[in-house]
Design a protein. Structure first.
Lengths: 426, 258
């Protein structure tokens, strides 16, 4: 309701439910209590992931003094990059309650296409990247068509692609070999750094833009008399984003070279890449009609169909988006490793990404999840891999721990879902 | 007497060998609640689906606002301003009330969802129905009770300026207090000038809110009567036997239908 209401309309409202409609939680304290109520009711969002991250940092920091060094934190950022991007792609599929087991290998094949067109045919890097991403999108299209039009469960379709695509990579590369990726631009995604001044500039712009948008949005909602969060929560959100952004920028701007004669400082290029993807995908999911329809189909495909939404088209589109982002992720991984091998994207890559999405708070049952969840979860998974690596644990421990964490996250998801329905929360 | 807003004349519908609707005449009047009653298998659902455009009719006329119209599918009917609220409500539990009311018809401004306008319009629609029970329009539907969900589904029809609303057993799964709310809502909907069709098994609800009653018996209209002119017992007889005293189908005709 607007504030410019005639008295009759007000009287009408007095009779309605919206007379007591709280347009906002009155105070910051009440908002905090409301949040706590939601958490207790099982609607935890990414809270477990953030708490887990804090615990991991403390544990690994105490266990190994190199863990918190600037060099290792920069490593962590580049390691998390490909996982975060893959997990962001998987979010789209998970939102519909589907799964894409082949996303990791689809990334491997796409990276392979990119590497081969560059080294074999001498294509420029941008054309090769385009070819790789296109390859990913085509794989996604095939999966989506099989899932939506033939109605094969996505688990089976993508399991078949998981096996089949590994064969494709093997054929493209040849038994046991690998293709080098030494294009300076592609390699630079993970080994190159933004100049320190540019890094700070970007960080300040991001924080200022976020703060500005949030405040303008809040102002608009208050003047229109719409449902809005209290100002305190908005400010807290801005402070949180500013602290993380500026803190990370500061750490990455320190000289992290172990060799006193060379200086390494600045934000690795992969970080802004992830941030741009995060902002773009968040916009698509929350502000566009397409995004709204994604959540609707994930919540109830039948209701969406009756509302006139083309469910099949939505279903196909998520697999295309997922595999295209998997291609980007595969290219980042190739940049980090400097090569594409027959096992690229196989093994535990996909497990990591699904784990990242679920740990971040995306539901495996569909209808719930955010792009930011994938990034937070991706950092958690990368931290586990990085920390265990530093502790020189044998790789069996790594598998056990990651598998255990995934199981834990899925259990949290299932339990919180039960509590949500018991508490009547969304 | 006012002209019916929606009218079906001698409509027939068969599924294979089964003749489900036989020469059915059915009319919906603006500002009135027409109850559609009948035993299981009498053809209520088929009639509703025929009106909704889901089942094409084999023969007969479909008139809207006095004009004959041809109906090829649900979209044609929706374009006329006819909304159906199905028994299973077709709401997305993970979305909030506003999103559900605008689902598939979201308002946009320069390509971006226009949340402010949608929220304002949703509030107005709910307020115009004097909905008392919903705390906030930004609640997710999963946190609502059955009656509140029914309310949201019905309010959606007001939002889109529908002319005719068909409610398929809106109180079947509800408790006493919630049934009360929904029945009040049905009345208010009709008071706003909409033609309302209420499909129900519950005679208490029917006699409380309906202006006229159309009883189906084995695919035929046994009788279309004003609620004020019949007793509950007569309607039950119409439903179960097809006739009651001099009302309804002649006994021979009723028997023949079987």
């Amino acid at each position: 309701m607007t504030t410019t209401q005639s008295p009759t309309a007000k009287a009408e409202l007095g009779d309605s439910a919206f007379a007591i409609d709280d347009h906002s939680d009155q105070t910051f304290g009440e908002a905090a209590r409301g949040y706590w109520r939601r958490v207790r009711g099982g609607d935890m969002g990414s809270l477990p992931a953030i708490l887990g991250l804090v615990v991991l940092f403390v544990v690994f920091g105490l266990a190994n003094d190199r863990f918190l060094s600037a060099l290792n934190l920069a490593n962590l950022v580049t390691q998390a990059g490909s996982i975060c991007v893959l997990a962001m792609g998987l979010i789209f599929v998970l939102l519909l309650g589907d799964i894409d087991l082949s996303a990791g290998v689809a990334g491997g094949v796409s990276a392979c296409v990119m590497a081969l067109t560059m080294t074999g045919r001498g294509w420029p890097w941008w054309a090769a990247v385009l070819a790789g991403v296109l390859c990913g999108a085509l794989i996604g299209l095939a999966i989506g068509l099989l899932r939506a039009k033939l109605g094969i469960p996505s688990f089976v379709v993508t399991l078949a692609f998981f096996l089949g695509l590994q064969g494709v990579t093997l054929k493209l590369i040849g038994e046991g070999g690998s293709v080098r990726v030494d294009d300076p631009v592609i390699r630079g995604i993970t080994i190159g750094n933004l100049p320190v001044a540019v890094g700070w500039g970007c960080a300040v712009v991001v924080v200022a833009a976020f703060a500005g948008l949030e405040l303008v949005k809040h102002r608009g909602k208050v003047t229109a008399g719409l449902h809005h969060a209290p100002l305190g929560v908005v400010v807290a959100r801005i402070v949180g984003v500013a602290a993380v952004t500026l803190g990370v920028t500061f750490l990455l701007s320190l000289n992290r070279s172990v060799n006193p004669r060379i200086e390494i400082r600045g934000i690795p290029y992969v970080l802004p890449l992830v941030v741009v993807l995060l902002i773009g995908l968040t916009f698509v999911l929350t502000r566009t009609r397409y995004g709204r329809h994604l959540y609707a189909v994930g919540g109830s495909a039948e209701a969406a169909r009756r509302a006139g939404i083309d469910v099949d088209r939505i279903r196909i589109s998520v697999f295309v988006i997922c595999s295209a982002l998997a291609a980007v992720s595969g290219i980042i991984a190739a940049s980090y490793g400097g090569k594409v091998s027959a096992s690229s994207g196989a093994g535990n890559v996909l497990l990591y990404a699904v784990g990242a999405a679920v740990i971040g708070g995306t539901s495996l049952f569909g209808g719930k999840g955010r792009a930011a969840d994938a990034v937070i979860g991706g950092v958690v998974v990368a931290t586990i891999a990085n920390g265990l690596g530093l502790l020189n644990q044998s790789s069996y421990i790594n598998f056990l721990v990651t598998g255990g964490v995934l199981l834990l996250a899925a259990s949290v998801d299932a339990i919180s879902r039960r509590r949500r329905s018991a508490a009547g929360l969304g | 007497m006012t002209e019916p807003i929606l009218e079906l004349r001698s409509v027939n519908k068969s599924f294979g060998m089964v003749h489900v609707l036989r020469d059915v005449d059915f009319a919906v009047y603006p500002g009135e609640v027409t109850a559609l009653v009948g035993d299981n298998g009498a053809g209520k659902s088929t009639l509703v689906k025929a009106i909704a455009g889901i089942h094409p009719i084999d023969s007969g006329e479909y008139l809207f606002d006095g004009q004959p119209v041809t109906v090829h599918g649900p979209n044609d009917v929706a374009a006329l301003g006819v909304e159906v609220v199905y028994q299973d409500l077709a709401l997305c539990e993970n979305l909030d009330i506003v999103s559900n009311m605008f689902l598939g018809r979201e308002l946009r401004q320069r390509g971006v969802l226009d949340e402010a306008r949608m929220e304002t319009m949703a509030r107005q629609a709910l307020a115009s129905l004097s909905v008392r029970t919903v705390k906030s329009v930004r609640q997710t539907v999963s946190s609502l009770s059955g009656g509140q969900r029914q309310t949201v589904a019905i309010a959606k029809c007001v939002l889109w300026n529908s002319k005719v609303v068909l409610l398929d057993e809106p109180t079947a799964a509800l408790g006493v207090a919630q049934t009360r709310q929904v029945i009040d809502l049905v009345r208010r909907l009709a008071d706003q000038g909409l033609g309302v069709v209420l499909i129900s098994h519950n005679m208490v609800d029917v006699f409380e809110v309906a202006d006229r009653i159309c009883a189906l018996y084995l695919g035929r209209v046994a009788a279309e009567v004003k609620t004020s002119e019949v007793t509950r017992g007569q309607v039950v007889e119409l439903i179960t036997a097809g006739h009651s005293g001099d009302l309804g189908l002649a006994p021979a005709e009723a028997a023949q239908s079987t």
